[in-house]
Every structure is written in C-alpha cells, then in structure tokens.
Design a binder for this molecule. Structure first.
Ligand SMILES: Nc1ncnc2c1ncn2[C@@H]1O[C@H](COP(=O)(O)OP(=O)(O)OP(=O)(O)O)[C@@H](O)[C@H]1O
Length: 250
C-alpha cells in the first residue's frame, strides 16, 4: 500500500500535508508522532472511513477509492482505541463474530484459542459467568485493557490481509503488551500487513519500518536502530521525552 502526496483538510485546516510513504506487504509498519500529528487520520484513510482531499492511497497500485467498502471490510481487521462490541451479546458471541461474514459464528474451540492468543482467556474464565463464556455487557465488565485484548483476540481469530491497530495496546502494562505483540507477530507472521499506531515507543521497536509523522508530514522513515541513531531526529527526541531508554544503553 502507499500514500502518494496525500492531503487531508478539515474546515479549511490542513491536517495531512503532502504525505508520501509506502507500507510494505506482509510486514509491520508503525506510525508514531506527537499527539495531534495525524496518526489516526492516516488509519481512517487506510480504512476509507475518510477520503483524501487530494493525492491517492493505493493498494497494489490501484486507488483505494475504487475498492468497495465491502471488499475492504472483508480484507481488514481494525482494532480501534474504543473497540465496538455487541453489549447485549456474550463474550463468546463477540469473539465468534469474527467469522460472521461466512454466515456462521466461530465455534467454542476457535473462540477459546483466540482468547488465549490475545492473553484474555484467564480474565474471562475468572468472571462468574466466564466458565460458560456467557459474560454479557463487555464494556461494564471488562477494563479498557481487557476490552482491547478481546478486540485483538477477535482479530486474531480470523486474520485478514491487513491489520490496523490504533493505540490497541496502550492500556496494557508493558509486560502484557509485549506478550500480546509477540502473539500478533507469530500469528499474523508473513501473511498480514500490519499497521500499528502507538504512543508508547517500546511498542514499535520491533516494527520492520517506523514512519514518524510531524504536523501532518512524514519526518522520518526507518527501523528503530537507524532512527534512534539519528540523535537530532524527532524519533530520538520522542524517546528522550518519554523518559525511558530504548534498552540499548546508548
Ligand atoms: N473530523 C475532524 N474534523 C476536524 N479536525 C479533525 C478531525 N479529525 C481529526 N482532526 C484534527 O486533525 C488533527 C490530527 O488528528 P489525529 O487524530 O489524526 O491525530 P493523532 O496523531 O492520531 O493524535 P493522538 O495521538 O492524540 O490520537 C488534530 O488536530 C485533530 O483535532
């Protein structure tokens, strides 16, 4: 996929200003930048929840605006900051819904396997109704981080060619986040193009490519090692501002 000189303006205010970068197939691309720099807008353009003002977002060279919403939906898993659930349905139903497009919800075995991959299995079983997977009212029953893990489990239950994670692990503690990210890497492996939007820089260290956005423009593109080595670059400054080191001792 690629962004080709993309501009996105709202109420006369330019938000994305001539953005160009590629998202290599079947690799992990991370998008980082200060708050308000335009990261979530990039996700929305990828998902066609918004349209570009000028420029193109392409998939295999074809303008994404020619891809139908249905085709896109069946090819993209999107884990957003506030995951959507059916509140009147059980946790098993919400997870099994991953295969709804086949006309059938996933069975219990697949649901449990996915919950294990997303590291939410134990938390579900600990609920009084969890034994039967009949936990209802997910938003009032599970914490923000648990809801994210349920949403990630649902995405892992039925991997699709594109996975977009928008701050999907930000509510987890670092150790749990690392385990969940490892699951995503292992399970999606080389069959999924993954785009991760994250504030916490440790989340993106392992990405194949990191795109640094500054005020709606691409400031830097590279791996953690190359970007971190550039001490004048925004990426290094974001690390310095985060108050933690990257663990390399440099
Ligand atoms: N629909 C909209 N109408 C007007 N302005 C918008 C709209 N959506 C986003 N913006 C503005 O565009 C800018 C970029 O927003 P965006 O959510 O993409 O940033 P972000 O980098 O994801 O921020 P954060 O890290 O805080 O989530 C912000 O200034 C935001 O207020």
């Amino acid at each position: 996929m690629a962004f080709e000189d993309v501009h996105w303006t709202r109420q006369g205010v330019p938000i994305l200003r001539g953005l160009s970068f590629t998202i290599p197939a079947n690799q992990v691309t991370a998008i980082v930048g200060l708050t308000g720099s335009g990261k979530s807008t990039i996700a929305k353009l990828l998902l066609r929840l918004e349209g570009v003002t000028t420029g193109r977002v392409t998939l295999n060279g074809h303008d994404l605006c020619n891809v139908t919403h249905n085709a896109l939906r069946s090819n993209v898993n999107y884990v957003e900051q506030t995951p959507q659930f059916f509140e009147s349905k059980s946790v098993a139903h919400n997870l099994g819904y991953a295969t709804a497009s086949t006309g059938k919800l996933a069975g219990q075995e697949l649901v449990e396997e996915a919950a294990k991959l997303g590291h939410i299995y134990d938390a579900i079983k600990e609920k009084p109704e969890g034994r039967y997977w009949l936990v209802f009212g997910l938003r009032s029953t599970f914490s923000g981080g648990e809801q994210h893990r349920i949403a990630i489990s649902r995405a892992l239950l039925k991997p699709k060619p594109l996975l977009v994670l928008d701050e999907a692990t930000s509510a987890l503690d670092s150790a749990t986040e690392e385990r969940v990210m490892e699951s995503i890497r292992k399970h999606c492996g080389t069959v999924t193009t993954t785009v991760i939007i994250a504030h916490r820089l440790s989340t993106v260290k392992q990405a194949d490519q990191i795109v640094v956005i500054d005020k709606g423009q691409v400031a830097q593109v590279g791996t953690h090692t190359t970007l971190y080595a550039d001490k004048e670059g925004i990426y290094s400054r974001l690390w310095a501002a985060s108050g933690v080191t990257d663990g390399s001792g440099t």
